[in-house]
Design a protein around this ligand. Structure first.
Ligand SMILES: [Zn+2]
Length: 208
């Protein structure tokens, strides 16, 4: 069993070193991938909220970017938990998170941003269309995917429901909350990308 620092391990690199703190920001040797994910998230309000939840987590969270194209799978959160199950009732009494590893598939993101690519169902097509409309850069899309995965990695409701699905065969929709926040970030990104129209000077027109 692994000892968990009660003060939190925050955002860590592959060796478990803390690479971001609220007080000091990024550590000098922070891996490029993690910096890219964090900075993309912090460009929107919802992304910043979710980023702060990860920084304040009481367990280590590792962030990486993979160049792989996994089709509709844009990201992944591997959540390691310690589950306390009552042996008499077989009920899950408590779920503790040990560690989280979030991977963003940049190859998948680039793939869906390609206008020739089609979604496998109407729901995925709608998401793809939203990414194409709302984002102007791959990094903006990375921010939205990271927000989705951050819910899987920090929401105790989401984590507990996922454990229940696996251990007791329940059918909680664990994608609803992450998907809702993903759309929210895409909407914020879309609004931020809108450039204000330069007002016409009446004075200039009159004088000609
Ligand atoms: Zn998900």
């Amino acid at each position: 069993m692994r000892y968990i620092d009660p003060d939190g391990r925050e955002i860590v690199d592959a060796n478990g070193n803390v690479i971001y703190t609220q007080q000091g920001g990024w550590a000098k040797n922070a891996p490029t991938d993690a910096v890219r994910i964090g900075n993309s998230m912090m460009t929107t309000r919802t992304g910043t909220n979710q980023w702060n939840k990860m920084v304040d987590a009481k367990y280590p969270i590792q962030l990486s970017i993979s160049s792989r194209n996994r089709g509709g799978k844009l990201g992944e959160a591997a959540v390691q938990t310690r589950n306390h199950v009552n042996s008499a009732t077989n009920k899950i009494e408590k779920v503790e998170v040990v560690s989280v590893k979030i991977t963003i598939f940049e190859g998948s993101i680039k793939n869906i941003l390609n206008p020739n690519v089609k979604g496998s169902n109407p729901e995925s097509q709608n998401l793809i269309d939203t990414y194409r409309t709302a984002t102007q850069t791959v990094d903006q899309a990375i921010g939205a995917v990271a927000v989705h995965e951050s819910v899987h990695g920090t929401s105790m409701d989401n984590i507990t429901q996922d454990v229940e699905n696996t251990l007791t065969g329940t059918n909680h929709d664990v994608e609803a909350e992450p998907r809702a926040l993903e759309y929210k970030v895409l909407n914020e990104t879309f609004n931020q990308n809108l450039k204000p129209i330069t007002p016409i000077s009446i004075d200039k027109i009159e004088k000609k």
